[in-house]
Design a protein around this ligand. Structure first.
Ligand SMILES: Cc1cc2nc3c(=O)[nH]c(=O)nc-3n(C[C@H](O)[C@H](O)[C@H](O)COP(=O)(O)O)c2cc1C
Length: 302
C-alpha cells in the first residue's frame, strides 16, 4: 500500500523511500538512533570521508542563525582506513542503503579512496565537490566546470559503483557545473550543499564564517534544482531547507527524484516520520501512483 507508493528508482538504485539523510547529519550512522524508522529512509549518506584523517576546525562549530544554522566543521573525519575497518560493516546491517560521501585534496587522493571502496559493499559514492581547499587553492572543485569534469572523469574511470556528484550553490551558473558532471559520467546529482554565510557571536565578539543551511536556503535550493532539471537527464537529489512534507513536494515539483534531509533533523526528531506520512497522504489524495506521477501531473498542467 502506502509503502509501495514511495518506492523509487534513483538511476539504477532502488530505494524504499525518496527520503535520504544528507551527508554530515548523522555522522556515519553508527550511533544508536532509536527515534528513526529505518524503513522510511531510502539511504543514509555518511559524513564526508577523506584519505587521511582530518582534524577539522577548532571551536564550537554549529551556530544558530535567524532561519537556519551556520556550520564550520571543516570536514573532520577519521580517514578512509578507519571508516572501512571500524564503521562500514556495522552500519551496513542497519541502514537500507549506504551512500558514502568522499572528497580529496588532489586527484590521487580521490583515486586511492575509490580503490578502497571498490572492494567494499556500498550502494553509491557521493563526491563532495564542495571541499574548500583542493590542490591547496582556496576553491571548491564544483566552482569550476573543467575541474568538476576532470575529477568526476578520473573517478568514473576507476569504478562502476553509482556516482553521485554533490555540487555547491556558490557559483554564477550551477547549470554548467551540472552539465559537466553529467558529461563526465555522474549517475546522479545532489544539490545543494551549504551556502556561504556568516554570523557574529556578540558575546565573544567573534565572526563565524561557514556554511548556511536550513529554511533560509530552501528558495536557493529550489531554484538550483529547477534550473538544473532542465539541462540534465540524470536524476537529482534535492537538498536544502526541507523541514516539512510540503517542502519535499516543492522539490519534487521542480524536478527532484528524491530529497535529502539535513539540518531539519536537528530541530525535529520526528521529521522523517512526518514527511513520509505527508508524502503518502499527498499522493493518495491525488490518486497518484508515485512521486514521478507528481511531476507528470505538473507538466500536463503547467
Ligand atoms: C552540521 C552539518 C554537517 C555537514 N557535513 C557535510 C559533509 O560532511 N558533507 C557534505 O557533502 N555536506 C555536509 N553538510 C551539508 C548538508 O548535507 C546539506 O547539503 C546542507 O546542510 C543543506 O541542507 P539542509 O538545509 O537540509 O541542512 C553538512 C551540513 C551540516 C548542517
Amino acid at each position: 500500500m502506502g509503502m509501495k507508493k514511495l518506492k523509487i528508482k534513483l538511476g539504477k538504485i532502488e530505494l524504499n523511500s525518496p527520503i535520504i539523510l544528507a551527508s554530515g547529519i548523522f555522522g556515519y550512522g553508527n550511533e544508536k538512533i532509536d527515534f528513526i524508522d529505518y524503513k522510511k529512509i531510502g539511504a543514509i549518506t555518511t559524513k564526508t570521508i577523506t584519505y587521511t584523517p582530518w582534524k577539522g576546525n577548532p571551536q564550537l562549530r554549529i551556530y544558530e542563525t535567524d532561519c537556519g544554522m551556520i556550520n564550520s566543521i571543516g570536514l573532520q573525519n577519521p580517514g578512509i582506513f578507519y571508516f572501512v575497518k571500524n564503521i562500514l560493516h556495522k552500519i551496513r546491517k542497519k541502514w537500507p542503503k549506504i551512500f558514502v560521501s568522499i572528497t580529496g585534496r588532489n586527484e590521487k587522493e580521490f583515486i586511492d579512496i575509490i580503490k578502497i571502496l571498490n572492494r567494499e559493499k556500498v550502494d553509491a559514492i557521493e563526491l563532495n565537490l564542495s571541499c574548500p581547499n583542493f590542490e591547496k587553492k582556496q576553491r571548491m572543485i564544483s566552482q569550476d566546470p573543467d575541474l568538476t569534469y576532470r575529477i568526476i572523469k578520473i573517478v568514473r574511470n576507476e569504478t562502476s559503483l553509482p556516482l553521485i556528484a554533490k555540487i555547491s550553490p556558490n557559483v554564477n551558473d550551477i547549470k554548467e557545473i551540472a552539465i559537466a558532471s553529467e558529461k563526465a559520467g555522474a549517475d546522479i546529482l545532489s544539490l545543494i550543499n551549504t551556502v556561504k554565510g556568516l554570523r557574529i557571536d556578540f558575546k565573544k565578539m567573534k565572526i563565524i564564517d561557514g556554511g548556511l543551511s536550513g529554511p533560509s536556503i530552501k528558495p536557493i535550493g529550489l531554484k538550483c534544482v529547477y534550473d538544473v532539471y532542465r539541462v540534465v537527464k540524470i536524476p537529482i537529489i534535492g537538498i536544502g531547507g526541507i523541514t516539512r512534507g510540503i517542502d519535499a513536494i516543492e522539490y519534487f515539483l521542480v524536478g527532484a527524484s528524491a530529497v535529502g534531509i539535513g539540518s531539519g533533523l536537528f530541530t525535529n526528531a520526528n521529521i522523517i516520520e512526518e514527511i513520509y506520512k505527508f508524502l503518502n497522504q499527498y499522493l493518495g489524495k491525488r490518486n497518484l501512483k508515485n512521486i514521478i506521477g507528481l511531476l507528470n501531473e505538473k507538466e500536463s498542467n503547467p
